[in-house]
Design a protein around this ligand. Structure first.
Ligand SMILES: Cc1cc2nc3c(=O)[nH]c(=O)nc-3n(C[C@H](O)[C@H](O)[C@H](O)COP(=O)(O)OP(=O)(O)OC[C@H]3O[C@@H](n4cnc5c(N)ncnc54)[C@H](O)[C@@H]3O)c2cc1C
Length: 488
């Protein structure tokens, strides 16, 4: 155990050194790739999408003296960085946590004078290791009672774990990953072939553990989820945790993406929904739904794959490209936010935060500056969203409210739905975060990185070392370098 911890620490420290070296050399590499002379054109590079990936790529290319135009399909900047300023408590609808090891994101933060803050401890317990309350088979159970509760039908080895800890426990089993990009090595191809259900079963998970983990399944469900994809993500989160505490952006994550956009010489063009891309060796032509046409010598698409695969793409597109674009999965998620007029949890004595085995999965308690008792957020993900199929947003809100009131009678009369957000129905996202079906990483991951003529790709789904915001910036940097090489 000690040896494993030591080798993990060594791996983490070698990764940190590598990260520091990468961060230090990125500017130098970009300078080396700077094109000798730029031919006159309306714009050198078109960037599709003003999420953090597109904005980071635009800033890097602009720093190298290229003219860059960002086309954004929606009416707002930030993509899956979205602070809901119009909702009580101003919750993050997208990314909230900036990891301690997010070198590229933090470089933007520092350059733009944006501030990071450390959240107060204990307010959000995503690992279930703190005082969260549970609801299992419709009955409340406290964290303390769980181990010996008659509702706990786990195997003796699992009994001490909460539903959420079970997922972490089985995902974090030492699979031999030592470095962040090890998951791409052939020796881990066997894990690519397994679903999470097969993987967890092989590791000895009991049927009840599988049932509880299904309610909290990363991805859509345990059967569809690629084990390598989620083991790799868990390895990344462990690496991140060793790097230090995550932080949040003061004023919300949108403050960062807004500042990134404001730093561009050319304002982001919003409401430019890309519908057709023609790409060749010498450049690209991009058509938008509003009839506008844009040309450039190179282009980087950061459009999420579920949206991108609906766009008409002409050019040297291989059958492998099309197969890969079709294969990428995207998990759905519905978030329901509630205002709280009294600390109802003090009435039943359990924690404010609650984990359930229903489609509503979990009710977070989120601190909020403008709300004395904070706000509650329900997170309904993956196959759990099937319970909401066919409902409009008010009905989704009522479903979540009824569930909370039923499982937690003390909440009755004290919570009200303030906002419902459904990532699956946002036309410029069509889901939450991408993932793979079993076997598809080996079949399709590599081709997603290959350009189509002068059309290059970035986005969080292309991060090979990192996950989330830092993956979005990592892939932006890689594609910016490809573009500089092309235009040199
Ligand atoms: C609920 C939630 C919580 C998260 N929490 C975290 C977290 O705490 N920490 C973390 O690191 N990550 C988190 N993430 C992940 C993080 O938000 C993403 O990894 C990151 O924001 C992705 O950035 P991106 O630029 O690659 O994609 P996006 O942000 O999706 O950007 C793509 C852009 O393309 C635009 N677009 C789409 N279609 C078109 C079109 N046809 N034409 C033109 N433009 C188009 C979109 O509007 C969007 O602006 C979370 C995500 C979600 C949804």
């Amino acid at each position: 155990m000690k040896a494993a911890a030591t080798s993990l620490a060594a791996a983490a420290s070698s990764q940190l050194n590598r990260r520091a070296a990468l961060a230090a050399t990125a500017a130098g590499l970009l300078a080396l790739h700077r094109p000798a002379s730029a031919a006159p054109a309306a714009t050198d590079v078109l960037i599709l999408g003003a999420g953090i990936s597109g904005l980071h790529a635009a800033r890097l290319l602009q720093q190298q003296g290229l003219s860059v135009t960002v086309l954004e399909g929606s009416g707002r900047i930030g993509g899956r960085c979205w602070t809901a300023h119009d909702v009580p408590g101003r919750p993050e609808i997208g990314a909230g946590t900036i990891g301690a090891g997010y070198g590229r994101v933090r470089a933007n933060v520092a350059e733009l004078g944006v501030e990071l803050v450390t959240p107060p401890p204990g307010s959000r317990d995503i690992l279930g290791s703190g005082p969260a309350a549970f609801s299992v088979y419709g009955q409340p159970v406290s964290r303390v009672q769980w181990k010996d509760s008659p509702l706990n039908r786990l195997s003796p080895a699992e009994r001490g774990m909460t539903a959420s800890q079970l997922v972490g426990h089985y995902l974090a089993r030492d699979m031999g990953l030592k470095a962040l990009d090890d998951w791409l090595k052939p020796e881990f191809a066997w894990l690519d072939q397994l679903s999470l259900k097969d993987h967890f079963t092989k590791l000895g998970a009991s049927p009840e553990a599988l049932r509880l983990m299904q309610a909290h399944a990363p991805g859509s469900n345990l059967e569809d989820a690629n084990a390598l994809h989620f083991v790799r993500r868990t390895f990344f989160y462990g690496w991140e945790a060793r790097a230090g505490k995550g932080q949040r952006v003061r004023g919300g994550t949108s403050t960062l993406t807004d500042a990134m956009a404001a730093s561009l010489q050319r304002p982001v063009q919003v409401n430019r929904m890309v519908s057709h891309i023609r790409s060749g060796a010498k450049g690209v032509e991009v058509r938008c739904a509003d009839g506008s046409v844009h040309r450039a010598r190179a282009c980087i698409s950061t459009i999420p794959v579920p949206v991108f695969r609906k766009i008409k793409v002409d050019g040297p597109v291989s059958a492998k490209h099309r197969a890969a674009w079709q294969a990428v999965r995207s998990t759905d998620v519905v978030q329901v936010f509630f205002t709280v007029d009294a600390p109802f949890w003090q009435q039943d004595g359990a924690a404010a935060e609650m984990w359930t085995d229903t489609p509503c999965e979990r009710f977070f308690h989120l601190p909020a500056l403008d709300q004395p008792h904070g706000i509650i957020g329900a997170f309904i993900g993956g196959d759990g969203t099937q319970a909401l199929r066919g409902m409009d947003k008010p009905a989704m809100g009522r479903y979540a409210l009824d569930t909370l009131n039923r499982l937690r009678p003390s909440s009755r009369g004290h919570v009200a739905v303030s906002h419902v957000h459904h990532w699956g129905s946002v036309p410029t996202a069509l889901g939450h975060i991408s993932s793979w079906a079993p076997g598809d990483i080996g079949r399709h991951e590599a081709v997603l990185h290959e350009p189509v003529g002068a059309l290059h790709f970035a986005g969080d789904h292309l991060g090979r070392l990192h996950v989330g915001l830092e993956a979005a910036c990592e892939s932006a940097e890689a594609s910016a370098m490809q573009v500089l090489d092309r235009l040199a």
